[in-house]
Design a protein around this ligand. Structure first.
Ligand code: SF4
Ligand code: SF4
Length: 349
């Protein structure tokens, strides 16, 4: 039976010692000297640790110290949603941790085309395929499209660069996209997932929501089980989170036990793209659709949203979005560094 551990923390100050000790006690057997281990934090954008958008550096540090103690060769990588990996590594504190410990770090580029169970032609970084093991370090946040971003969603960063945006277009709807994310996760197949839920985000996550204190690290060999446990922690029916719903349908969630001194529960504010009424009935759903809208007062015309929109629906010259083209993937909202993409209600027929 799989295990999911819930560790409680008041802040990040004790993480380095407590987490390293915990990992040595429970996971030393799975990492052998000389193994190449890819460590994959959530480095979605260049935001400092205190904004709770990316995996906190103290978790990365504890994980790397554990891996180094066992004689493995860790490498820290991700493919940020925008900005260069170097900039993201600097701002998020990853660079400092890696330099201090003498660990290599860099972008997950150099694509190799692989096939998933349901989707073909997925361009995954060569780094992932050449590693002997992957350690997955997601962050607990809401997500405008998938509802939550947890362990399974975090491995999406192993898909190279702009291919990530393109898959929003190739997948025909949110259910399809969730199944794609599950395919990617199974290809990456992390040996260990450590979810940073000490500080996370609710509301319009994953980058422009509300910072929240949850005070937990959730650890498991199996991210499908871990994600389901987190749904219960935040009071959401697991079938309501797309990646969890489809993992359950594909019989990927194993039986598991939860090991916790204390199992905390939280009320979270959902993204405003997720309407409780729309959940009740498909008839109401069209009434409550949220669409992106450019806030002209905040927009600095940096061009990021236009460059990343998989549907070419954004005209920055006119600062307008073509809703006939928009597929409501909310990538523009995710990548805008100025919070200038609003999510507004629009009636669709
Ligand atoms: S909406 Fe945001 S991402 Fe798009 S151009 Fe304006 S500032 Fe840049
Ligand atoms: S406008 Fe925004 S939500 Fe619409 S398709 Fe483009 S990136 Fe996705």
């Amino acid at each position: 039976m799989e295990k999911v551990w819930v560790l409680n923390f008041e802040d990040y100050s004790k993480v380095r010692d407590v987490l390293k000790e915990f990992l040595l006690e429970n996971f030393s057997e799975e990492f052998k000297p000389g193994m190449k281990v890819l460590v994959k934090p959530n480095l979605i954008s260049p935001r400092p640790p205190e904004e709770a958008v990316t995996t906190h550096p103290s978790i990365l540090r504890a994980t790397l110290e554990f891996l180094l103690d066992l004689g493995t060769k860790p490498f820290v990588g991700d493919s940020p949603a925008f900005s260069s990996f170097q900039t993201v590594a600097k701002v998020t504190g990853v660079e400092e941790v890696c330099r201090r410990l003498g660990v290599e770090f860099g972008p997950l580029d150099d694509p190799v085309v692989v096939n998933g169970e349901l989707f073909r032609g997925i361009k995954v970084s060569k780094r992932v395929l050449e590693s002997d093991a992957v350690v997955n370090l997601p962050k607990l946040k809401t997500h405008s499209q998938m509802v939550l971003t947890l362990g399974v969603k975090n491995t999406f960063g192993c898909v190279v660069g702009l291919e990530k945006s393109a898959w929003h277009m190739r997948a025909k709807d949110y259910d399809d996209f969730a199944n794609f994310l599950i395919d990617v996760h199974r290809l990456v197949s992390p040996k260990l997932t450590i979810l940073d839920g000490i500080e996370g985000m609710d509301g319009n996550g994953p980058t422009n929501g509300r910072k929240r204190f949850f005070g937990v690290l959730v650890v498991s060999r199996n991210a499908f089980a871990l994600d389901e446990v987190v749904c219960k922690m935040v009071g959401l029916n697991p079938d309501y989170v797309y990646t969890v719903k489809h993992a359950r349908r594909r019989n990927l969630v194993p039986t598991y036990e939860v090991i916790a001194d204390r199992f905390p529960t939280f009320d979270i504010e959902l993204p405003n793209t997720v309407s409780p009424l729309a959940k009740l009935s498909r008839i109401f759903a069209p009434v409550f659709v949220r669409v992106p809208k450019i806030d002209k007062g905040k927009c600095v015309k940096c061009g990021l949203c236009e460059a990343r929109c998989p549907a070419s629906a954004i005209d920055l010259h006119l600062q307008r979005i073509d809703y006939n083209k928009c597929i409501r993937c909310y990538v523009c909202h995710e990548v805008c560094p100025h919070g200038a993409i609003l999510l507004v209600r629009k009636l669709f027929r």
